[in-house]
Write a protein that binds this ligand. Structure first.
Ligand code: ZN
Length: 244
């Protein structure tokens, strides 16, 4: 089976479609594992939910998904994110709201735990340091955990001796061949934040037990034009150019 691992789509339909097309050129996929923040920031929340739901998929909830349906308030959001969130809430159909409201905060598939932020705090925690990752290894039981939220493609490993490391996600990594437990972040589809504006995602081939990481160009200006038309904050429009 092949699993498309997509995090932080953030209502960026052009990026989402480019990723799906890219996977097709690589032989396609059987199921999407979505790591949350389907909506928020971007100009096409409804279309992104609709497109995701056309595919066989599972998804966990992200902070923006919950904020858009009023499950959490936006007092911890920066002003631009909060404004985009209010706009997003107005674009959702009743069915979209129902879908987002019912997303789980943690899912398990095979040897993978899926969360948006971290196993310890699935909605809110950003995993960007070895120390935080180390603590989080005791909050899940599977060998592997998939996270998003930081929009930075990274892996954290814990070896048998209890040593933790952090690295840029490799282009391909064989899972299960070494004695490492891993926390893997595929990076953001719709709003990358590692200085590379291309959409970022992972593809897992369960037969070969290999996780691939890919970057894809997409029509950034198409998304930006729609954001401007909807008067979404300029800072959110511009950051797509820089991948931050
Ligand atoms: Zn996000």
């Amino acid at each position: 089976m092949k699993y498309a691992i997509l995090g932080d789509i953030h209502a960026n339909l052009a990026a989402f479609e480019a990723v799906l097309e890219d996977i097709e050129t690589k032989g396609g996929f059987d199921e999407i594992w979505c790591l949350g923040d389907i909506v928020g920031y971007g100009p096409e929340p409804h279309a992104c939910i609709e497109l995701l739901r056309r595919y066989k998929h599972i998804s966990v909830a992200g902070n923006h998904d919950w904020a858009a349906v009023g499950k959490i308030d936006t007092s911890d959001f920066n002003p631009a994110a909060a404004r985009a969130c209010q706009w997003t809430a107005q674009q959702l159909t009743a069915e979209d709201v129902n879908y987002l409201q019912n997303l789980a905060i943690k899912l398990r598939r095979d040897d993978f735990t899926l969360v948006h932020g971290s196993p310890r705090q699935p909605i809110w925690e950003y995993l960007l340091s070895v120390d935080d990752a180390y603590d989080n290894f005791s909050y899940f039981n599977t060998n592997f955990c998939l996270v998003a939220h930081s929009h930075v493609p990274l892996i954290f490993g814990l070896n048998r001796e209890g040593k933790c490391f952090m690295a840029k996600i490799p282009d391909a990594i064989r899972l299960g061949s070494e004695n490492h437990r891993l926390i893997i972040n595929p990076g953001g589809v719709g709003q990358p934040r590692d200085g590379d504006p291309r959409a970022s995602y992972a593809l897992y081939d369960s037969e070969a037990q290999i996780m691939y990481h890919y970057r894809v160009n997409y029509a950034i200006t198409v998304t930006q034009k729609k954001m401007m038309e909807h008067k979404l904050p300029l800072s959110l429009v511009l950051r797509l150019n820089y991948g931050y």
